[in-house]
Design a protein around this ligand. Structure first.
Ligand code: 3HC
Ligand code: NAI
Length: 694
């Protein structure tokens, strides 16, 4: 065995050489790998005793792409084109032996090889678009030649992966190998030599794209579809441009176009935001005072209290990954209703072909109902999801404390109540934690894990791992009203309601927020959720505009009327002259002058109070890092990932500018606009949240 670099070895098995890449954790194409590949391939090509070369990886996966940590830094060592040229144009067959995930630059490496073999569990994809980029090492040029234009656009512009079985069907790989991969790949190489198979270069296979040549309408249609499904994202559009170049130009010219498009995206703010989000999403798991080796409590069975909107969704999350659940309700009717909704949700998913009918039965079999908390004596974790009422929650926790075995985690799904107070109803506050899911709980990726004053480290570590296991992005936060997400949302809502009275136009405010990249604006969102949340008909006295809308029977989409009108069965909001009049009257009664407000002011007044509140949250230690806040907003509230989250966005705008605006509004509007001390400090030092260190 010859060591080529620290992360690449070359060994020989008879006349077959094996280039082994060992760059944990995911064999990213760092400078050492690129250099090792270039030197190793060259050595194999020059060694007369070597007749064929296998490229394989040690550890958990084949190359998972370029080393993202190198992006934005000055380039070092050889570019990928060096080893790629040596492989593709060399005189000897090169075989990629793939396990785990061949992603991005990894799949591009495989595409310059002459043959590709893989284990049955291997997966393939070009996920660069998820980083706001496109494949920059030939992926956009070679993949369409193998799988055709339609499939290539699908894969490149969504970043979706395909299985080994699909890759075989598409002709992306030559064989699926059972057993030891390297042994199988060496045998495959020998077969190639024995059969004297010609070296097949993907670059020469143009049959699949000829049919689309000179058909710009195919690409125009794709651009239109992606402009809708990936609204606001630049990269998918550039991916389609690059694939079009693959069809219309010879390889070298197409590669040039790909490089230009790649460089442009790399310089843009969207990719910077998406790359930041990639690392932010992984950073949340790192908790300074809860080390990775903190002992965890095994979770083999979960109890859920309340089978309402949230309880049912949470139960589904557990069943989806095979965790048995017992769910408790106050009466049989409500229990049947809750379980019925779970079943219906699963059946809808099955009808879309995303799971099988057997999966529906398997998952439902894991969810058992009960009317008695006594049945929770053997669960390892309880998640309480009863009404948002402190007395009720304390009563439930008091009972759980008596029933549940010692060592069981007792969690609450409260969206705003004080976890410490809930914990005080038990004799084991160290085992009490908040697990704040977002609605619909079986869909939304975010989980706020709320650490109480006395919550033990082991319970925190267990809860974070549990979040990951049920495929959520778990972010640790501290106790305060509304935790991180809802506390910041409250700021935006407050200002949106003021803006509404001043501008008179829910549609203008909603459009500004929608155009910024959120899925919908605050008033469309309120209509969807229902205006009567927290509203009480008996005590309502028309004190707020919302009260008046509810009093008028305008409860939101469910009554086909809220801030907007709706046609029955249609969710498209239609501006309502009646609501406009109600706003005008309300503003007049309350002496709020109405005026034309610019979109810019609406955006600033919507986002800057959130950023200010986020800063207070950091100051108070409620969130560990600015990037944790960003992850919460991206995965819980639809903040557009290409804008990186509120704190990243603040740096993009410049903290100093935001500070100045807050001061300006403070003078006009009063103390709610007072900048947080940390924001003032950062602004005065010319710094941003990227510089924040605890
Ligand atoms: N570069 C640098 N670091 C990477 C990386 C990459 N491409 N991919 C993953 N990592 C790091 C992660 O940051 C994480 O580090 P940490 O442990 O310090 O937090 C560690 O590897 C493990 O990653 P995950 O926690 O994500 O591990 P999983 O097992 O859950 O997932 C994976 C593995 C599917 C490979 C996932 O990491 C992934 O999707 N990675 C990104 C793949 C990608 O985007 N590739 C394209 C890169 S761009 C490119 O190739 C450009 C080319 O066209 C020129
Ligand atoms: P829901 O009203 O849909 O469901 C609550 C269920 O709890 C009802 O079915 C009720 O019968 C049951 N219940 C009441 N007392 C009980 C008891 N003593 N024992 C067993 N079951 C009991 O309410 P939802 O929306 O599911 O909310 C539950 C909790 O989740 C609340 O704390 C809420 O703040 C929180 N939450 C709600 C979100 C939402 O969007 N709906 C989002 C995040 C958190």
């Amino acid at each position: 065995m010859t060591k080529i670099t620290d992360v690449v070895d070359l060994e020989k098995q008879g006349e077959i050489a094996i280039l082994m890449i060992n760059n944990p954790p995911v064999n990213a194409l760092s400078v050492g790998v690129r250099k090792g590949m270039a030197d190793g391939v060259k050595a194999a090509m020059e060694d007369d005793s070597v007749k064929a070369l296998v490229i394989a990886c040690a550890g958990r996966t084949f190359i998972a792409g370029a080393d993202i940590t190198e992006f934005g830094k000055p380039p070092q060592g050889p570019g990928l084109e060096v080893p790629f040229g040596l492989i593709e144009n060399g005189p000897k067959p090169v075989i990629a032996a793939i396990h785990g995930t061949a992603l991005g630059g990894g799949l591009e490496t495989a595409l310059v090889c002459h043959f590709r073999v893989a284990v049955p569990s291997a997966r393939f994809g070009l996920p660069e678009v998820l980083l706001g980029l496109l494949p920059g090492a030939g992926g956009t040029q070679r993949l369409p030649l193998v799988v055709g234009v339609e499939k290539a656009i699908q894969m490149i512009a969504t970043g979706n992966q395909i299985s080994a079985q699909e890759a075989l069907k598409e002709g992306l790989i030559d064989e699926i190998l059972e057993g030891d991969l390297v042994t199988g790949a060496v045998a495959f190489a020998k077969k190639v030599l024995a059969e004297k198979r010609p070296l097949r270069k993907i670059r020469d296979r143009r049959e699949k794209v000829e049919a689309v040549k000179g058909k710009p309408e195919v690409f125009a249609e794709a651009r239109k579809a992606f402009a809708k499904s990936r609204r606001g994202f630049e990269a998918p559009q550039a991916c389609i441009d690059a694939v079009e170049a693959a069809v219309n130009f010879p390889l070298e010219e197409g590669l040039k176009k790909e490089r230009e498009l790649f460089a442009k995206l790399m310089m843009g703010s969207q990719s910077a935001a998406q790359r930041y989000a990639f690392f932010a999403e992984r950073e949340v798991a790192k908790i300074p005072d809860v080390p990775a080796d903190t002992p965890q409590i095994p979770i083999n069975k979960v109890g859920i209290v309340g089978a309402g909107t949230m309880g049912g969704g949470i139960a589904m999350n557990c069943a989806n990954v095979g965790i048995p659940v017992i769910i408790m309700e106050v009466n049989q009717q409500l229990l049947d209703k809750g379980l019925g909704i779970c079943r219906k949700n699963y059946e809808n998913t099955a009808a879309k072909g995303r799971i099988t009918k057997e999966d529906v039965e398997k998952r439902m079999a894991l969810i058992k109902g009960t009317l008695s908390l006594e049945d929770f004596s053997d669960v390892d974790m309880v998640i309480e999801a009863v009404y948002e009422n402190m007395d009720l929650k304390k009563e439930v926790f008091g009972k759980l404390d008596k029933i549940c075995k010692p060592g069981a985690v007792l969690a609450s799904n409260t969206s705003a109540l004080n976890i410490n107070e809930i914990a005080s109803a038990t004799q084991r506050p160290d085992f009490v934690i908040g697990l704040h899911f977002f609605s619909p709980a079986n869909v939304m990726r975010l989980l706020e894990v709320v650490r109480g004053e006395k919550t033990s480290k082991s319970v925190i570590a267990t809860s974070m791992a549990f979040g990951k296991r049920i495929q959520k992005i778990a972010v640790l936060v501290g106790v305060c009203r509304g935790f991180v997400g809802n506390r910041m949302l409250a700021e935006r809502s407050r200002e949106a309601n003021k803006l509404l009275l001043e501008s008179g136009s829910p549609q203008q405010i909603d459009k500004v927020i929608f155009d910024f990249g959120f899925p919908m604006g605050p008033f469309t969102m309120s209509d969807m959720a229902g205006l009567d949340i927290g509203w009480n008909k008996a005590t309502s006295k028309g004190a707020t505009l919302r009260d008046r809308l509810c009093e008028a029977g305008r409860l939101g989409q469910k009554t086909n009327a809220g801030f907007y009108d709706y046609q029955p069965g249609n969710r498209t909001p239609i501006p309502s002259p009646l609501v406009e009049k109600m706003i005008k009257d309300f503003a007049a009664e309350n002496r709020i002058p109405q005026r034309t407000i610019s979109d810019e002011e609406i955006l600033e007044r919507s986002l800057y109070p959130m950023i200010n509140e986020g800063t207070k949250i950091l100051e108070e230690g409620i969130a560990i890092r600015p990037s944790d806040i960003d992850v919460i907003w991206i995965y819980g509230y639809g903040w557009p990932i290409y804008r990186g989250g509120p704190m990243f966005y603040a740096d993009l705008v410049e903290v100093k500018k935001i500070y100045d605006k807050l001061v300006e509004f403070q003078k006009k509007e009063g103390e709610v606009w007072k900048p947080a001390a940390l924001l003032e400090k950062l602004a005065k030092e010319g710094k941003g949240f990227k510089d924040f260190r605890r």
